[in-house]
Ligand binder design. Structure first.
Ligand code: SF4
Length: 481
């Protein structure tokens, strides 16, 4: 049966009118500026539209045109566009772009594919997209969605996007060239997804031969432990690559927690083994620091979240990979790694700014639904929370300003769940590697699970897993219904 392309595209053009507009098209409509379309297209490769939109907005604020871009250094560009995929490579391309445009194209963005592909970071897909979107000239931009869906429909039989582009140039009626990319990107992101397309709600299902498509699995029942209780675990691992060698994966499987929040992973996902990235039964979400080997958080979840928030939408903090939030039906799960105020309290100002912005973020979430915040707060709150309060009164992690912020956090309506169950001294989560501190239990309680006041009744247990070795911190756990 031949695929009825005109009928299908007519239906789809109406259908996707209600979907989110692909970011590059949006920028073209809003700015009508080929420079911005070109730069946004370079940023968008292997990056979610939402991330591209934020990165492009930051970059265009400082570099509204080519001259502005030329005035920024590579390092600054990298900082502004982080965390788009391959941001370092893209920062290099964008740094070289003004020079190449000046020397070869008289400071104009070219409007032909063969010229555009001579620019740094511009391949055929990007070039076609710029020609079609910025200049409204006939071009077929074939990205993975167009290539994949055209093959599912049997309209082409090709192995690569380039083959698809060539086949479509022969076959696709010209009236569809300009719009095919935005239509199929929106459709591919919303319905005909790469993994498990929603054939069950697809408006063109009756036309589609579904070549190579596996039937969608029924969604799993929301999994919670006995009595509807979920178990959460939080652990500052002080280097995920190091802790992997100490039985990390086996422990995660054995604990069987619903959510596992890790701080100070000190790695980017591509630096980790396949075993750590894909623990059976979990999906891992990563938010690494821009700087390699530093900070970074990750959360493993059994249940698929409704959404994932990377950072707190504050550029002063988000390049340090400190906060990762998973949204579920009736709660937010915030995994946070607070800054250390450092020796001599040299980073105190920054830490207090981070704390203030995190509190605002948490309050915004708590206005919508329950909030669970866990992680390494890098501060012991009260005398009972460390072995030597007097000696540490002016030291990082127990300085008056840090404790005052904890009071403020409490007053803002957040509850330290561990102290709901345990008022004993000597309950610590971090010990120095020096002076046999752990054996002697000379420690600090700086890792926590907090919840917003109205969700206190949902907490069933909170504990410290003192015996778990592998890091200078031990894990903390929470039961939540
Ligand atoms: S029926 Fe399924 S495979 Fe075919 S276009 Fe619709 S979502 Fe994609």
């Amino acid at each position: 049966m031949e695929f009825l392309l005109p009928e299908a595209l007519q239906i789809l053009s109406k259908e996707v009118a209600g979907y989110d507009v692909p970011i590059v098209d949006l920028i073209a409509v809003q700015t009508k500026d080929p420079y911005k379309v070109l730069v946004a297209t370079i940023l968008s490769a292997r990056t979610k539209d939402e991330t591209t939109a934020k990165a492009a907005a930051r970059l265009f604020k400082e570099a509204p045109d080519l001259a502005g871009l030329a005035a920024l250094g590579e390092e600054r560009i990298a900082k502004l566009i982080f965390p788009v995929g391959f941001y370092k490579n893209k920062a290099g391309f964008l740094t070289r772009l003004p020079d190449v445009l000046a020397s070869e194209f008289g400071n104009q963005i070219p409007d032909e594919v063969e010229s555009l592909i001579r620019l740094p970071g511009v391949g055929r897909k990007t070039a076609n997209l710029v020609v079609a979107v910025a200049f409204k000239k006939p071009a077929i931009c074939v990205d993975t969605h167009v290539h994949r869906i055209m093959n599912i429909w049997g309209y082409v039989e090709t192995r690569t996007p380039l083959e698809t582009e060539m086949a479509l140039r022969e076959k696709l009626p010209p009236q569809y060239w300009l719009t095919i990319n935005s239509t199929l990107v929106a459709f591919g992101q919303g319905t005909c997804k790469p993994v498990a397309p929603h054939c069950d709600r697809c408006v063109i299902a009756r036309y589609c031969p579904r070549i190579g498509v596996k039937p969608r699995k029924k969604p799993k029942e929301e999994k919670t432990s006995e009595n509807g209780m979920r178990r959460f675990l939080s652990w500052n691992v002080n280097g995920l690559r190091a802790v992997e060698k100490k039985g990390f994966v086996e422990r995660i499987i054995e604990w069987d927690a619903d959510l596992v929040a890790l701080q100070e992973i000190k790695a980017h996902p591509e630096q980790l083994s396949e075993t750590v990235r894909n623990i059976p039964g979990y999906t891992a979400y990563w938010f690494s620091a821009q700087k390699k080997g530093y900070a970074g958080v990750a959360t493993y979840s059994k249940e698929q979240p409704l959404s994932v928030l990377y950072g707190i939408d504050h550029h002063d903090h988000d390049y340090e990979g400190r906060v990762l939030t998973l949204e579920f039906g009736d709660f937010y799960f915030v995994n946070a790694y607070f800054p250390n105020s450092q020796h001599g309290l040299v980073r105190m100002d920054y830490k207090l700014r981070f704390n203030r912005d995190l509190l605002t973020f948490a309050q915004t979430l708590a206005a919508k639904k329950s909030v669970v915040i866990c992680g390494d707060f890098n501060v012991a709150h009260k005398e009972i929370d460390l072995t030597n309060p007097r000696q540490n009164e002016k030291n990082p992690g127990y300085a008056p300003e840090e404790r005052a912020w904890m009071d403020q956090f409490l007053e803002a309506g957040f509850v330290d769940t561990f102290r709901m169950f345990n008022q004993e001294p000597g309950q610590y989560t971090w010990w120095s590697y020096r002076f046999n501190a752990r054996e002697r239990n000379i420690g600090w309680r700086i890792d926590y699970f907090w919840v917003d006041e109205k969700s206190k009744r949902r907490v069933t247990e909170a504990a410290i897993l003192h015996d778990i070795m592998g890091s200078d911190h031990c894990p903390v756990v929470l039961g939540f219904i």
